[in-house]
Structures are given as structure tokens and as C-alpha cells.
Design a binder for this molecule. Sequence first.
Ligand code: PNS
Length: 168
Amino acid sequence: MNEQLKTAVYPGSFDPLTNGHIDIIERGIKIFDKIIIAVLHNPSKKALFTVEERVDMIHKSFNGNKNIVVDSFDGLLIDYAEQRGAIAILRGMRAISDFENEFQMALMNRKLSRKVQTVFLMTGLRWIFTSSSIIKEAAQFGGDINGMVPKPVKDKLEKKFTAMQGKK
Ligand code: PNS
């Protein structure tokens, strides 16, 4: 019998984590033994939160589940997934608009390595219009983002935008 844990890497920018991401992770952990939430460290992409802040918010949101771990990576995702002994890359798919980009990434990753499969879960209907960017935009102008992000993220968003307002 193969006793090896079935690990999936769930990569993303997570700037910040949303309830849509959580939905994918909670469903993913029913398929895989372990999920590594991997925050991309990409200095060329402007982000609201630092990688450390993003990792910290994810930690706080998943406190207690030892099979869900958080990490950050840079470079090629497929290399990272192999290094971590993952058998799959987990991605959520929202509307058709996600498809082309996801398809391209999955095919490129497959070209780079056949050892790791990309697995897609369709986003739950209630999260179909949720994205980190739209939530940041709403929060920035004082919009109600209750129920769209976990509490540690909501608190941090409020803090961040209050601090930014103070600087103006
Ligand atoms: O949350 P996002 O921004 O949609 O996540 C995109 C992510 C991090 C999955 C993607 O940009 C990525 O994997 N970047 C690392 C570089 C890489 O391996 N690219 C794909 C093969 S070209």
C-alpha cells in the first residue's frame, strides 16, 4: 500500500485571502491529505500586502488544521511543487473568464513536468464574483466586505486603509 501523503500545492497571490479561496481549500482537503497554501513572492507585481502579511493572515485564518500549511515561494511553481513532493497543483476556477489563463498555465506546467497534475475545483456559486481585487477596491472606499473574507483579513484590510488614509 502507498503510505505516502497525497499533497497538493494551492498557489496564488492571496493579496489577500478571500472566502472564495477558503472554499477551495476546505473542499480540497477532502481530496488531498495535505494542502500547502503557497504565496507567490513576485517583486514585479505591485501588491497591497507584503508576503509576510499575507502568510500571517492565512495562518490566522487556518489556525488549528495541521494538514493545511502555509508557505511562500518564488520562481517556477512546478519546481516548488516537486520540491515539496506534491502530486498536484490545486486551482479554483470561477467564471469562463478564468478559463483561458488557467488552461495556459496548466498546459505550461504540464509541459515543464508530467509528475504533477493540475486539479481544478469549480468555485462555489456564492463566490463566483469574489476576487481579491474587487474586495480591496470595495474596502478601500469603505464598502461592506463582511462575509467575503475571514475576520483576520477584514481587520487587516481596515487597518491598512485607515493607515493609508492617515498618510494622505
Ligand atoms: O492568484 P494568482 O495571481 O492567480 O496566482 C497565479 C500563480 C501564482 C499561480 C502563477 O502566477 C504562478 O504560478 N507563478 C509562478 C511562475 C510560474 O510558474 N508560472 C507558470 C508557468 S509559466
